[in-house]
Design a protein around this ligand. Structure first.
Ligand code: ADP
Length: 285
């Protein structure tokens, strides 16, 4: 008889080539180990979550995937081919879009202007060339609606949107410009519960549109709502790698919280049964 886990592993072997595959990747800054032996697989139509505390190596991992830094050891493949990214443009050209937590937007410019920033369509020719404002407005509205985002007014400055809405616009933008892989850097870190839910809904929408999503987070609850696979990082090393079928939310939370380390701490923090007598004469109450 085959167990569910064996079946999952067998299914895994029969999957199409992953969009992104990191295998045993390491990165050192001088003699500081930022990442060592880290593996991550990203498939189309799936969300791969990378979980870890501060200093775990999450940003370093993003930098490698998005072409900001090159890895020192291990292999990094995009659609089965060894990746040689030397700048962020290389990653974009291979279909990898990264949405950073501190989004690069121009707050006073309208939503549609930010949506097309750096890729503005034009009309006319030569000295008569001008920005195709109407097309940008219309496309922005349509694309946001397609992701289920109903913005009252795409003419409002993007700075007037909530943090969650801005994340959603950035996700819709990446989908529109043809990203195959969407890397999200802690998209819910600065948000409340409701806004986090909204952003996760669009993460799911990007997944359903066939993108492979890398969701970086330190929140196991958020990860488990949308994740298909989970990689846990701790001080630059892999502390776990699980398919959804292999782990439940409680176990993921336990591992993320430090699992056995927390149990040890809780043991140490238990109240002593009697006040400790530290020597000398007992003082009257
Ligand atoms: P996280 O994003 O999970 O907080 P980072 O990837 O930023 O983790 O950092 C992982 C480790 O690498 C940390 O110990 C950090 O101090 C170190 N590190 C990150 N970037 C640099 C750098 N440019 N130079 C030196 N050390 C770095």
């Amino acid at each position: 008889m085959t167990t569910a886990t064996e079946q999952t592993v067998r299914d895994e072997d029969e999957r199409p080539t992953p969009l992104v595959e990191l295998d045993d990747v390491s990165k050192y800054y001088g003699n500081i180990r930022a990442l060592e032996g880290v593996s991550l697989t990203v498939h189309a139509g799936e969300v791969s979550c990378v979980l870890g505390d501060n200093g775990a190596g999450k940003s370093t991992l993003i930098k490698i995937i998005s072409g900001l830094h090159e890895h020192d050891a291990g292999s990094f493949r995009i659609e089965g081919e060894p990746a040689q990214l030397t700048k962020p443009r290389d990653a974009l050209d291979r279909g990898i879009a990264t949405v950073y937590q501190d989004l690069a937007v121009v707050p006073l410019m309208p939503v549609w202007r930010n949506f097309f920033l750096g890729s503005e369509p034009t009309v006319g020719w030569g000295p008569f060339k001008a920005l195709d404002v109407e097309r940008m407005r219309r496309t922005t509205r349509e694309e946001l609606l397609r992701m289920g985002i109903d913005l009252r007014d795409v003419d409002q400055p993007i700075g007037t949107l909530s943090g969650g809405e801005r994340q959603c616009v950035a996700i819709a933008r990446a989908v529109y410009f043809g990203a195959k892989v969407l890397v999200l850097d802690e998209p819910t870190a600065a948000l409340g519960v409701k806004q986090s839910g909204v952003v996760l809904k669009y993460v799911a929408a990007a997944r359903d549109a066939g993108l492979g999503v890398v969701l970086i987070t330190h929140n196991p609850h958020h990860a488990y709502l949308v994740g298909d696979r989970f990689v846990l990082l701790k001080r630059g090393a892999m502390a776990g790698s699980h398919l959804r079928a292999e782990i439940d939310l409680d176990e993921l939370t336990r591992q993320m919280a430090g699992g056995s380390e927390l149990e040890e701490l809780s043991h140490e923090l238990e109240r002593a049964p009697k006040p400790l007598h530290l020597g000398g004469e007992p003082t009257p109450d």
